[in-house]
Design a protein around this ligand. Structure first.
Ligand code: PHE
Length: 337
């Protein structure tokens, strides 16, 4: 009996791996284990011997179990000290680009495929580029402090006061002056600022503005471009429609709607009778072309300007809930995209 115990303890201390300990446990205490075999022999002993043998066997058994447990702990401890460089590492959690960045990239690549070129113009802009050159009347409400953030510096003698750009259309005349000669195919994506903050408006938001000027450009080209965008950005069965509207810098002017992707234009909770409003568009007003030093008797053009945030949320099929969430740090919201 003591031989078995010593043999077992020696082997346990020698064991280098945890699964070896499992095997030793079976070898000694399993159904055909060495100790178990001894237990089976007890029945042949006399009554007194049986009692003594029983006590001894229990002691040996618990000694072996203790030794197994101690060695297991020792092996676990030492395993912590060595490093297996071949084990695959734990991947850190990776987030993703903010959805406004994703939107800007997708919108850019959609228009770049048909020859639009990205442009960027000042975020703090003279009144002339933001309003005056775009044919806004002197008393247009957008010029009022209530709509636009006017910058507190002395007005320029020619270009007037400065403001945080309220729309990407401020880049239209700058682009015409830069390009000098058409053709122009500009895509201006930029931050805009307006005095607004409610569930569907934030004071800083993004717009993307297309401007195309060439000989013989008509509403047909505008409609074709918008339908191309609808198919490629929103999905192949989506269509656009134009509704008459009024902007001082386009004539005629339109509001652009896109067919609802949820109800297939039948009318649902998300849309107005099958259509969702995207934003403004129109044919560039001759006065604006003249202000950009382009001859309106030779050239015509179209422009459109929509909100990036709004357009992207519509693509995701989300009801335009609280748009301010886009600029919060609520991961539950951001992870949806
Ligand atoms: N700038 C207009 C707005 O912010 C949109 C627009 C752009 C309309 C280009 C017509 C042409 O509402």
């Amino acid at each position: 009996m003591l031989d078995v115990k010593n043999e077992a303890l020696a082997q346990i201390v020698d064991a280098g791996k945890i699964n070896e300990l499992g095997e030793l446990k079976i070898a000694y205490l399993g159904r055909n284990g060495k100790l178990t075999k001894l237990i089976k022999k007890i029945k042949d002993l006399s009554a007194i011997e049986k009692k003594q043998a029983g006590i001894l066997i229990n002691e040996v058994k618990s000694t072996i179990l203790d030794a197994l447990a101690t060695q297991k702990n020792t092996l676990k401890e030492s395993a912590r000290d060595w490093f297996d460089a071949s084990i695959p590492g734990k991947k850190p959690k990776i987030g993703h680009l903010h959805l406004v960045t994703q939107a800007i990239r997708e919108i850019s690549s959609t228009f770049e495929k048909i020859g639009f070129v990205r442009a960027r113009y000042p975020e703090v802009e003279w009144d002339w580029y933001a309003f005056g050159s775009l044919n806004f009347s002197k008393w247009h409400p957008a010029r009022d402090e209530w709509e636009t953030f006017i910058v507190d510096i002395n007005p320029h003698p020619k270009y007037g006061p400065m403001a945080l750009t309220p729309h990407t259309s401020s880049g239209q005349v700058r682009e015409m002056m830069r390009a000098k000669n058409p053709p122009i195919r500009m895509l201006n994506i930029a931050k805009n600022y307006r005095r607004q903050s409610d569930i569907s408006h934030v004071p800083m938001f993004h717009q993307f503005e297309g401007l195309v000027i060439d000989k013989g450009i008509s509403v047909v080209h505008l409609k074709g471009t918008l339908d191309y965008f609808a198919r490629n950005f929103f999905g192949k069965n989506r269509k656009t429609r134009l509704r008459p509207y009024n902007f001082p810098f386009t004539e005629p002017s339109f509001e652009v709607d896109i067919s609802c992707g949820i109800c297939k234009s039948k009318g649902c909770k998300l849309c107005k009778e099958g259509w969702l409003e995207l934003g403004g568009a129109g044919m560039v007003h001759p006065t604006v072309l003249k202000n950009g030093k382009i001859d309106p008797s030779k050239y015509t053009g179209f422009a459109f300007g929509w909100g990036v945030e709004r357009t992207y949320m519509m693509k995701a099929g989300l009801e335009i809930g609280d748009i301010r969430l886009l600029y919060s740090t609520d991961l539950k919201f951001l992870r949806q995209f």
